[in-house]
Design a binder for this molecule. Structure first.
Ligand SMILES: *[C@@H]1O[C@H](CO)[C@@H](O)[C@H](O)[C@H]1NC(C)=O
Ligand SMILES: *[C@@H]1O[C@H](CO)[C@@H](O)[C@H](O)[C@H]1NC(C)=O
Ligand SMILES: *[C@@H]1O[C@H](CO)[C@@H](O)[C@H](O)[C@H]1NC(C)=O
Ligand SMILES: *[C@@H]1O[C@H](CO)[C@@H](O)[C@H](O)[C@H]1NC(C)=O
Length: 730
């Protein structure tokens, strides 16, 4: 993206924002002063909120080195007074000018200049400071503080408002060091009765103007009204204009900042979320940013082959994608190798770290991220865990367009509340449920959310890896798990973690029941991951068949419709061949056919491969509904005693003599292709002298079992034919 067009977009946005915002015109009598040496994400949020309400803001100290100490409010902060004092010289004579001085890294505006000025005038003082529940930095000064009847007793220097001339008097005597405490300086001025009266200073005890969140979290709730959101202080029933996430309350400010000062309707979500939208649409493919996709297979994971298929379908030029694959599972070696061998060369580059490299989870993630960091060409790092089902092929583009340093698409377990973000942290840094968590997961609140934790899939800008996330070990921190360490390290850098649910992106697989004891373990996932099972194994035209389309009637009362994908057919056959204990066609199987004749087949039963629960579920979910459509008035429970795969071979058992089935109805699914895998085969219904000679792979026959549909299996003359047969409602 050429920088200039990006800037233009941002400027356009700001212009548009002003029109959106609450205030009609800038008030010439009000100026906002703040100190920010860096344009942090917090600062940009402050500036956006100021622009939203049309405040006139002047930033002091940008680009200057900060000498005010690490934790600038507890100790240090003197630099801010120095900068304020020198800025005020220009305004000292302006009688009418009101100046708001505020922090900006952790502050947002909740309302506009008109309300601010009105409340300031109502305070009946020339200078109004914010108030605090807690006294600092010197607790011994408590006795000197005037008593108050209601509200917070102590001064907070993070925000104050006053006439320019009086503010100038306030700081005129400052001669301290940049590293001295501003909080202590202003406290001492206030506690000096003479100065307090002369400068005419009061505190905003009831948080009408300033809401400091430290020590006040229980008092503050979001209040939604007429598309506007405010933070209401329940203790004083006030709606502050300036909200400050001071001390350890930064995450709470992030939470409030998700709603304030935006305008909201819950149907359409946030109306001004596209803050710095960046469009890729106009860019030619060969200049799209280079993205390194890190893929993490950290545990046995179902549906890995579909994962790679989706990766290939991502709408992004492969020549602009580098791949890093960290696979810790022996079990998945073949799938990873197959993908890399068949498609690796389509990508800009591919690097695989396999189970033999013995690289553990956090180290693998560090490696992936570092590959992007070390490569100046790498503009984005996109980390995707194998259990993420990213169904939206535009996911990567959408995330890039949001133009954030760190952003995740919301994915959750289907029908569950389990997702890849946390809305809040507990005191010890673990999961806590935010008030809006469920609404966000379930899509009742839509937007771009600043949250304390994301995982599983996220996009990071390469530039931030090279400027701020420079520590090569990003996924360790004390005893924290890799994902928590990652988020902790980002928060420590003052960088916001965003999650977006403005589009549908996909979901996360459930891994708990995945077992690796079979050849094709995905077949057993019908209970744990039913949607993914359906997508992999149920024929794409099954839904049409269910609506009565595409159902054929090759013989009287014999229905024929698509049910299985090729993958389902192939895996079932391979699973049976892998198991290998085909019945020999002897007496053991005569019981299965019941009826009038002993007609044994060469077969393996579903229960022999421990697949009967899953098969039953398949019959219930996919066969029962269609049965009830095609044979109206008949309600099946899809009970079965007999379900098996039959093998026909010229030199083994080529055909089956005429017989009835021990069922009310039977399904017979063709598992391979006539003319290619075998020749001959098919089924003949004697009563009607009617044959189906070219069974279609993945299609099933469904016909009554007893009485009318006496039938035979026609001879397979070449190759091997497989069918899956179930006798239902015996
Ligand atoms: C402080 O300022 C207010 C508002 O201008 C005024 O009403 C009040 O009399 C002043 N108090 C003192 C002690 O000067
Ligand atoms: C914001 O984004 C949404 C969804 O991408 C879009 O429909 C809307 O027009 C955008 N609004 C602005 C102001 O760009
Ligand atoms: C599904 O039906 C459509 C329309 O009849 C057909 O074009 C398509 O090939 C079918 N899909 C498969 C997998 O057979
Ligand atoms: C059965 O059908 C075949 C052709 O489909 C025909 O040649 C044969 O005569 C029929 N047999 C009877 C008994 O109707």
């Amino acid at each position: 993206m050429p920088l200039r067009s990006q800037m233009l977009l941002i400027l356009l946005f700001f212009a548009a924002q002003g029109a959106h915002g609450g205030a009609k015109r800038q008030d010439d009598n009000l100026l906002v002063l703040t100190v920010a040496t860096k344009e942090t994400e917090g600062f940009k949020r402050f500036r956006r909120s100021a622009q939203f309400f049309n405040y006139n803001v002047k930033v002091l100290g940008l680009g200057e080195e900060w000498h005010g100490g690490e934790n600038k409010r507890m100790t240090g902060g003197g630099q801010k007074i120095r900068l304020l004092k020198s800025a005020l010289e220009e305004y000292a004579e302006k009688e009418d000018l009101v100046i708001l001085f505020t922090e900006s890294y952790d502050v947002i505006f909740a309302s506009g200049p008109a309300e601010l000025l009105k409340k300031f005038r109502q305070a009946k003082a020339k200078v109004v400071f914010s108030s605090e529940t807690l006294i600092y930095p010197d607790r011994r000064l408590e006795a000197k503080y005037p008593q108050v009847q209601e509200g917070k007793r102590f001064l907070g220097s993070g925000g104050f408002i006053g006439y320019a001339s009086h503010l100038y008097k306030l700081v005129a005597d400052w001669e301290g060091l940049d590293s001295d405490s501003d909080q202590l300086f202003y406290t001492k001025v206030f506690l000096d009765p003479e100065k307090r009266t002369n400068i005419n200073i009061t505190l905003d005890h009831r948080c009408r103007i300033f809401q400091n969140l430290n020590g006040a979290l229980d008092e503050v709730v979001l209040k939604f009204e007429n598309g506007r959101v405010r933070a209401r202080n329940l203790a004083f029933d006030t709606l502050a204009v300036v909200i400050h996430g001071n001390g350890p309350t930064k995450l709470q400010l992030n939470y409030l900042g998700n709603y304030i000062p935006r305008t909201w309707t819950f149907e359409t979500g946030c109306t001004v979320c596209n803050e710095s939208l960046k469009s890729l649409a106009d860019l030619k493919e060969d200049v799209l940013p280079v993205v390194l996709i890190g893929i993490f297979v950290e545990q046995p994971t179902p549906f890995l082959t579909p994962f790679f298929q989706r990766l290939r379908k991502l709408r992004y030029p492969k020549k602009r994608i580098q791949l890093f694959i960290h696979n810790r599972e022996e079990h998945h070696l073949d799938q990873v190798e197959e993908f890399v061998n068949e498609h690796g060369q389509e990508y800009r580059s591919v690097k695989v770290v396999g189970p033999d490299d013995h690289v553990e989870n956090a180290d693998g993630r560090n490696m992936g991220m570092d590959l992007c960091r070390q490569d100046p060409v790498c503009e984005y790092y996109f980390s995707v865990d194998a259990e993420v089902v990213l169904k939206n092929p535009d996911a990567l583009r959408i995330l890039i367009e949001q133009n954030k340093f760190v952003i995740a698409p919301l994915v959750s377990r289907l029908g569950k509340l389990w997702s890849n973000f946390w809305g809040a942290l507990s005191a010890d840094g673990y999961y806590a449920r935010s008030e809006d968590y469920v609404d966000i997961v379930q899509g009742r609140r839509i937007g771009l959310w600043n949250v304390p934790y994301i995982s599983s899939v996220y996009l990071i800008k390469g530039s931030i890896l090279r400027s701020q996330f420079t520590q090569t070990d990003f996924f360790h921190s004390g005893k924290l798990d890799a994902d928590m360490a990652f988020c902790h390290n980002i928060r420590e850098q003052g960088i916001f973690l965003f999650v977006t649910n403005q589009q549908q992106f996909g979901h996360i697989l459930s891994l708990e029941t995945y077992q690796t004891s079979h050849l094709h373990n995905d077949l057993w996932q019908i209970f744990s991951n039913p949607e993914d099972w359906k997508e992999k194994y149920i024929h794409e035209n099954y839904t049409a068949a269910l609506k009565g389309k595409l159902v054929e009637t090759p013989c009287p009362d014999v229905y024929w419709f698509p049910i299985f994908t090729n993958a389902a057919c192939d895996e079932l056959v391979e699973e049976m061949e892998n198991f290998g204990q085909w019945s020999k066609g002897g007496n053991t199987d005569t019981r299965i056919l019941g009826g009038y004749e002993n007609v044994p087949t060469i077969d393996i039963h579903m229960n022999q491969i421990n697949f009967e629960r899953e098969w039953y579920k398949f019959l219930l979910e996919y066969i029962a509904p269609i049965t009830e459509k095609l044979y109206p008035g008949y309600y099946t429970k899809t009970q079965f005693e007999l379900a098996f795969v039959v093998r026909y071979k010229p030199d083994e058992q080529p055909s089956l003599m005429p017989h009835h089935d021990a069922s009310t109805f039977t399904i017979n699914i063709a598992l391979n292709r006539v003319g290619i895998d075998y020749e001959g085969g098919g089924c003949r219904f004697l009563r009607y002298n009617c044959s189906i000679r070219a069974p279609r792979k993945g299609w099933t026959l469904m016909h009554p079992g007893r009485l009318t549909h006496y039938h035979e299996g026609l001879p397979t003359t070449k190759g091997t034919r497989y069918i899956a047969v179930s006798f239902l409602d015996p």
